[in-house]
Design a protein. Sequence first.
Length: 769
Amino acid sequence: MADAPRPSNFLTEIIDADVAAGRNGGRVVTRFPPEPNGHLHLGHAKSILLNFGLAARYGGRVNLRFDDTNPATEEVEFVEGIEADVRWLAGDWAALHFASDFFERMYQCAERLVLEGHAYVDSQAQEAIREQRGAFDRPGTNSPFRDRPAAESLDLFQRMRAGQFADGACVLRARIDMAHPNVIMRDPLLYRIRKAHHHRTGDTWCIYPMYDFAHPLEDAFEGVTHSICTLEFESNRELYDWVLDRLGPWDPRPRQYEFARLSLGYTVLSKRKLLQLVTEQRVDGWDDPRMPTLAGMRRRGITPEALRDFAELIGVAKNNSTVDIGKFEFAIRADLEGRCPKAMAVLDPLPLTITTWPAGKVETLELPWWPSEPERGTRPVPCSGQLLVERDDFSLDPPADWKRLAPGGSVRLAGGWVVRCDEVLRASDGTVTGLRCSHDPASLGDGAGARRGLGTIHWVDAARSVPAPVRLYDRLFTAEQPDAAPDFLAALNPASLLVAERARLEPALATAAPGDRHQFLRLGYFIADPADSRPGAPVFNRTITLRDTWSRTAAQPTQRRAARPRSDPAADATLRGRRSEARAERRAVTPALAERYLRYQRALQLAEELADLLTGDLAVAEYFDAAVKAHAGAASVARWLLNDLLGLSGETPLAQLQLSGTGFGAFVALVDAGKLTPAGGKALLADLVASGGEPAARMKALGLEKVEDAGAIAAAVERALAAQAAEAARYRAGEKKLLGVLLGAAMREARGAADAAAVRKALLERLGA
RNA sequence: UGAGGCGUCGUCCAACGGCAGGACUGCGGACUUUGGAUCCGCGUAUGAAGGUUCGAAUCCUUCCGCCUCAGCCA
């Protein structure tokens, strides 16, 4: 399993491309960068596994780095906890780093920024800086200190370091652009004064770098190639690149990528809320088995392997999504099923007397730890005429499909005999206090008296079982989305921890070592509590119940959710687009565009929509003009430009393309003259955009000239059918939807140069349709 | 409102112009000395509209919806 190929995702695609391109010399270095201000949880597990997994997959390295740039909230206790958690989950890292180890280098980088005019010391108060930042739709304003001489900023910055200013008196800011559309880029803070004791550097520093300055530098110092973080840092990437671009050169030059953080049903995964649960004592500490922390899950009995399987199950993408908790539970059960020996315990005992049992007789059954694989060993299980069974397994008034004990009914004792309930003992208040049963001595063992349809229940011997508390953990929240409510504590499950104080274990479980796991037959998976359990005085935690198809039929969660909000087509049709409006506004202030907008419609006879699309940007309009000058077919020039060229050019402005407007016009002329098929046209255009050249010459060089020769088309069809023999057979057998595949293959054989209708006709004839 | 990102079965993830697939859940069945496990079967999903194309989840346009950003937190 460990060697199974990990599924690919958008990150592996990026890295595949990087490795193929030889970027960073083919190296792959990742990092997991926690801030030591809390304990790791399941969300971090996804990130850890991702970073460790990527490093392993590409033969690279992964570092553990503590992002300890804020002395106010960070503690050594968390450093130690996090190291233990990461090691438990993912094993060893290549190198251990602390951001604080880089403080001197970061400071030198900051001085360089100041010297080169990219940063300045701002002596304003926090409130002034905040007000000057502007808003999403309103540019900010410059600080009065923005243009103070570099030498003055440098002196101030050095005095900040020397401790000559109080907290908040001044800050170091990047000089970028207070009107930047990305608010993050409006002269962000780089350093602040914080006269606090740091858990590693003590009182050496009184200025500390901000995340946006420190993080890219830490990555660069460590030689990280792929810096993977969560989606909310997308806006910060621009600043990440800004910092590195001004302080390089770097080798490797790190790049930041973002993925969607994990969100899980019936669970909260936010440090703040988890901390609140702990401080308000809603749970018993960070390692309470109900907590989604690594420490809690470890104590709950969940294994690192289960977590790895889960991470693989949910994948990695950029969609914000909430994973069904059932998926998590599936991963846990699947893992535990394979590793837990099975034994018996009774949580809520009900005495059962076997009236037909010889008085005083005690028999010892050798029962397999793994019923389906008896060769893996057995344990002795004592049995007498006085047993204990689960109270839930008896019903005075059973439903029709009841398979357990009921008055007059029979059931098999797991690993033992079939018993029949002859008499029910009840207290004066009606409570059932015991059962009297008769047993069939011939029903023990394989095949002997086997009876179909009989239920099986677990049991322990009354005198020879051992009492032990068993903690029954359940979901911490009753709402699937606790975060959705104003107060997530309202969704706390009052029954998330129930203790079975009267539980009895079969003797073999009494000596379990802390951390030992077992399946308790029919009840679930349990672990001897790593902290509180002792051999001889066991305490068990329930990791998870068994899948239960019987009880779940009672309370059925509704499968169908509220329909996704749909857009209203009628409204869509009548609404004018914002982008369209933006283009109209640009035309209103740009006569050159307005003039073209009208001319395209009148002189060139273009539809209004096309004219609109072409006149939102002067560069596009000019490119179009040049093309039309070279080839008068305005409508098809417009169509090819808008539908194909814009897609192919991507981020590159048209003016910077290898293919000039004139060349593009020449290209469209070829298409319009019928020298090229549309498919061939697309292939040629892609080539021209990628590598330039003269259209007609490239067309000939690439062999894209339209093929009309029937013989050539027939040959292409033959080659396609030969290559797709299996699909062709399936098509002939009736899978008509495969025509597309066969046609596609034939078109490719003809390099897109053949007329599609002709190929289709030839193909259908050849297939005997 | 400015910028950035994301929309595919109930849920999560694939499909990179050519057969919309896998996993979870649910349902049904087989088997069973765990109502477990195992095995088999069952799918009304591409947010909407328009365009390009022989062919669109995928390319273009427009609209709709959701998420993130205005800490001297990370």
